[in-house]
Design a protein around this ligand. Sequence first.
Ligand code: FES
Length: 144
Amino acid sequence: MTQIQAAVSDEAKSIEEMLTASGYSKTAIAYYINKPHMGHISDADIASNMTGTCGDTMGITIRMNDGIIEDAKYQVMGCAGAISAAMAVVDLIKGKDLDYARSIDDGTVFKVLQEIPVKKHHCIQLAVKTLHKALDAHNLKQSA
Ligand code: FES
């Protein structure tokens, strides 16, 4: 292991310890550290941005294929709760249809995350509202 790799893994370990002490589950922490669905899909079919009351911002881009969500990514300028919730939403909706995506609510995401601090529950709402806003915009476009 190089010095830089060792420094990165030490940093990840100390972030993990901090988040565990704050009340995040191992699953939520892994989403935050690995950020598996962070990014932007340039040829997205569906997209939206949203700013929460806390001032944090996120955007979602979704690519469809034959009525199924082929890929989705979030860009998040926000806290660990927001990032882990957004990543969990993508794992929930990938490979599913838009009706299923619409049925996702805060409770569904919380079940995946297992545990995040109570004062961070609104971060889950932001991830879900961003998804729903994108679906609303898509519905409007379809019916226009
Ligand atoms: Fe703003 Fe978490 S504190 S989304």
